[in-house]
Design a protein around this ligand. Sequence first.
Ligand code: SF4
Length: 306
Amino acid sequence: MFPNLPLYCKWSTVLKEKYGERVQKISLDIGAGCPHRDGLEKGGCIFCDARGGGSGAWLESLGLDEQISRGVRVALYRYHAHKTILYFQSYTSTNLPLPLLRERVHNAIEIAGKRTEVVGLALGTRPDMVPDEFLGFLVDLSDKGYEVWLELGVQTINEEGLNWLNRGHTLSCVEDTLERISSLPISTCAHLMSGIKNESREQLSLSAQWLVERGIAALKFHPLHILRGTRLEQFFLDGSYIPLQLDEYARRVACAIKAIPSSVIIQRLTADARYPWLVAPDWILKKNLVIRQIEMDLVRDDLLGI
Ligand code: SF4
């Protein structure tokens, strides 16, 4: 083993090489809501709580100004980062009418641009909420010189897993979206989960490979975890769902990283979760430990065939 070789293509390293210094991502919640969770019939994904996968800032009535000034403070004073990527993380950003989304994005660029250099934008959405007009907007942003990322919640390529998660879309929908993006100057980061009920131990690797074959540039890995007030919490409480142990999660992520080309950027190895929202598993709170375990597994030779 050559100890100085990187174990995987780290997002922070890629950004540093490209921009010559640290680039800090600022997560924003523009209160976009989600068509899949706003309505009793569909009920939303079983793991999704009221904050829609984000900070909950909008629910706390924190406007863009306040969110950005907090994010910029952290970037400048904690990380000494003067360059930023604005990440429209919560819910489904494309749930907003396009003119309103455009206004909020430009507004955010203007506010953040007064104190940092905004080099990029990342917008999160569902695979069935990527209309061509929205892609046109992303292309416009790219034409203006921004690095543009689409963050796509995929979670798994297994249809049974998608059903169990109540994702409300099929795999063909993911395929169609990736196909439409493939020729555009937009990079896609797909989100994947491990720990879905009844999935095989190899599923995460299979999902990662499938997405890479369809042109995604980056991956984010998350353990399926239980948040308060979700349907998954009910399954956990009635004993019908048991989350993965840390060892098993780390192995599956390490296997997935080994199964894909080393050029694929790994933007995230685990989830951020905090009390009081987290129900289980507790090990998610020890983020550094999780990352260390995955990195240790990456240098093992006996992982494949888990
Ligand atoms: S698509 Fe995203 S925001 Fe909507 S219910 Fe699922 S996880 Fe929540």
